[in-house]
Design a protein around this ligand. Structure first.
Ligand code: GLA
Length: 741
């Protein structure tokens, strides 16, 4: 049933940027497939053995270039089988494969040998679907490829289908594998812990494997499903970078391997640890999407492509005409958590709301503590009714007050969890992840509802739907405060129970999608004790994320720096909270805290009823200034000018609006050592021929700095800070507006 499409040269799409075009071509003579988009080409072919082999991934080739047909690697020795050293697009575990397989299965008769060969392909709207068949058994894999015309970012995934008469168990199923030829490379990835997420970790790629993963049932704080591999040493502005991000909010794994011939491959998808998905005859399993991209402009270039792609292709609520539409900048929020913790009352929240409105806040969010018997974290999760002692008349009076103050209203929920001390658990003790008869490990005094179950999923959906129907709620902060333990699903036969790793996250997506459909105005934040569930899977369904419970403004600079390697500042919520900070007792000025949070989507989370008139006026002025330039900050091209990492005494970022009409610069001194002044900042990304007016938002430039100068001046001569800009934990911000000559 081979369907060979004749020679196809498809012009896929033309993006907002008229010069960016994508094409997908297949040459039946050489059996070579080629995808071009942005500054990237991706090429693979069918080799004489029938395997799909990667041929090229990198800078865009000329349309006139013809890539030679795929030839498998020679067998160097019997120990280096060609099947292992040939970079396959999607290798089955079989025929002597010693590197990471994309797919590993056990057939009903015990056979575990799986060899996948090209069968057919179809051209799709923006790429190819390529079908691989097992050489004997009735199992097939369809590889999906699309390429974005502007960024050249590829979206790859696989659909595995069982056409055997018996069930097949999938023990490992990747979304895609990416290959790079031998060269010295540096790997960058993001690691962390609760209150310490987003540490950029960098190391030379060495022989063997570096495994990035979560075994926790959700994305995790400890590692994030993103990687970047740079040829040579890490560099923000120069050099080739290949990067990828997995769109999956369940247990995931990305393996970066350097094989015995020094070639590198990156395989990612469902985490094979404790995996075992039984595919019944006629059933299919779709993997998550593994995005991959290439930049010739260092790690900065790579993150700018990713940010743009997320804004234009991943996040919900993109608005505007045609291609290039992006979501609106986020409202400036107030959140009550650090001000009141569980001690929420109608009067207390109203007092905070009044003050928030005076600051110019757009959205008032009531955090944990408003429902069930929630006096602390030992009770109440699962009982999503308004606590009658705290809110005798329901939420309506508070919501009305918030509206009359000119703000909209948001609410905290944690729908996937239950406290054993709750009505829900007393009624449905069987609804949680568990192995019958075994202990149920608690985290923060709570258990995880088994959302893979249809009845539990439906219950959670209906409860949230009811809450949104009964109350005028514009926003949900959706929290998730522990990882899985004892992940049993005892309603299924024992060998099917591991489906939970696929069905649970898919049902979370399903609920989010359905809620958005029923309540199109509602916006959602993904929070998991801070940044424990941030990935390109959840970002299809939520408008923003909570990057960390650590709101210390100095720690946040490093976290925000790390975060932006993988994710756009548009989704990066940042609150201004109290000083000294609860986590580390660090004392900082309000201006410094404001500026740190203004690098992302700004929020206020302090007990503002205690703020002095002076503090209130400062915050109100900076919120007004932020609103004016917010779109540039969160949606512009980001340049990390000076990294706060590695004990740096200074840091600076700059964003440039897409049309280069505006730029915003943030500068921070962490500590003035030995009297050193802030370095002169050579700006980036401006139009060299245009004039830009420098407008201070906070702080001063050095005396004698021209108020108006060309982009060339700011990029070559640079911006200098006032000589009085010294001390510990100091900050400044400037905008540059393009002016008519
Ligand atoms: C998590 C969140 C916090 C807050 C608390 C409430 O820790 O990350 O922002 O909402 O839960 O219990």
């Amino acid at each position: 049933m081979s369907r060979i499409v004749p020679y196809v040269v498809a012009l896929l799409s033309v993006s907002a940027n008229a010069s960016a075009q994508a094409s997908a071509t297949h040459d039946p003579g050489t059996r070579v497939f080629r995808l071009d988009g942005g500054n990237t080409s991706y090429v693979f072919g069918v080799n004489p053995r029938g395997e799909l082999q990667q041929l090229y991934w990198g800078g865009r080739l000329a349309a006139t270039d013809h890539v030679p047909p795929a030839v498998p690697m020679r067998e160097m020795a019997s120990f280096d089988s060609s099947y292992t050293t040939t970079p396959q697009e999607y290798a089955g575990w079989g025929a002597g494969l010693f590197v990471e397989p994309a797919l590993k299965v056990t057939f009903a008769d015990g056979n575990r040998d799986l060899v996948l060969h090209y069968e057919s392909h179809t051209a799709t709207a923006d790429g190819f679907d390529v079908v691989l068949d097992e050489i004997q058994r009735e199992i097939s894999v369809t590889l999906h490829y699309t390429i974005d015309p502007e960024s050249g970012i590829l979206a790859r995934s696989a659909t595995i289908e069982n056409r055997e008469a018996e069930p097949v168990t999938l023990e490992q199923a990747a979304a895609a594998a990416w290959a790079l030829p031998p060269a010295p490379y540096t790997l960058s990835y993001l690691t962390g812990r609760w209150a310490g997420e987003w540490t950029l970790t960098q190391e030379t790629v060495r022989p063997g494997a570096r495994v990035l993963e979560s075994r926790r049932g959700s994305t995790g704080h400890q590692a994030n499903p993103w990687f970047a591999i740079q040829a040579g040493a890490p560099d923000e502005d120069h050099g080739e970078v290949w990067f990828g991000a997995l769109a999956w909010s369940g247990s995931w794994r990305i393996t970066v391997e350097q094989d015995q011939l020094d070639a590198v491959r990156v395989t990612g998808g469902f985490n094979p640890f404790d995996f075992g998905y039984v595919l019944h005859p006629g059933e299919r399993l779709e993997t998550p999407v593994f995005y991959g991209g290439y930049s010739a402009h260092g790690l900065g270039g790579a993150s700018r492509l990713l940010h743009r792609y997320q804004l234009e292709h991943v996040l919900p609520r993109r608005e505007g005409p045609g291609p290039g539409a992006v979501p609106k900048p986020r409202p400036v929020i107030y959140n009550s958590w650090e001000a009141t913790y569980f001690d929420v009352t109608e009067a207390g929240q109203m007092a905070l709301a009044e003050k928030a409105a005076a600051l110019g806040v757009d959205r008032f969010v009531m955090d944990d503590g408003w429902f069930g018997q929630r006096r602390n974290d030992r009770a109440g999760l699962g009982d999503w009714y308004v606590n009658p002692e705290k809110f005798p008349n329901g939420l309506e009076p508070l919501i009305d007050a918030v509206h009359s103050l000119g703000m909209d209203f948001g609410l905290w929920v944690e729908p996937e969890m239950v406290n054993p001390d709750s009505d829900l658990y007393r009624e449905h003790p069987d609804w949680v992840l568990n192995f019958p008869g075994r202990p149920r490990s608690e985290g923060r005094n709570q258990l995880v509802l088994n959302l893979a179950r249809a009845d539990v999923r439906d219950h959670v959906l209906e409860v949230l739907d009811g809450l949104l129907k009964e109350n005028d709620i514009a926003f949900l902060k959706w929290d998730y405060n522990r990882n899985w333990s004892e992940p049993g699903w005892d309603q299924l036969p024992p060998r099917e129970q591991k489906r939970v790793y696929v069905d649970f996250p898919r049902n979370v997506y399903g609920i989010l999608k359905e809620l958005r459909r029923r309540h199109p105005g509602v916006e959602i934040e993904s929070c998991s004790g801070g940044g424990g569930r941030v990935d390109l899977g959840i970002l299809e369904y939520v408008d923003e994320v909570w990057p960390s419970d650590n709101t210390d403004p100095f720690d946040r600079l490093t976290q925000q720096d790390g975060f932006t390697y993988a994710y756009t500042p548009q989704v990066m919520m940042a609150w201004v909270t109290e000083s000294p900070h609860w986590l580390n007792r660090r004392t900082t000025s309000l201006a410094y805290r404001m500026l740190s949070a203004m690098q992302g989507s700004l929020g206020i989370g302090a007990n503002i009823t205690r703020w002095t008139a002076e503090e209130t006026a400062l915050a109100a002025r900076l919120i007004r200034a932020y609103h004016e330039v917010q779109a540039t900050i969160v949606q512009g091209d980001l340049y990390r000018l000076i990294s706060p990492r590695n004990g740096s005494a200074f840091s600076a970022t700059q964003t440039v609006s897409r049309d280069r009409s505006q730029s915003v610069v943030f500068v921070f001194i962490h500590s003035t050592q030995e009297g050193r002044g802030f370095p002169r900042l050579k700006l980036k990304g401006l139009d060299p021929a245009a004039d830009y007016t420098l407008v201070p938002i906070e702080g001063k430039a050095r005396t004698g700095t021209p108020p108006v100068a060309s982009g060339a001046w700011w990029m070559n001569r640079g911006l200098e800070m006032d000589q009085g800009f010294r001390g510990d934990f100091q900050g400044g911000a400037f905008r540059l507006d393009r002016s008519e000559r």
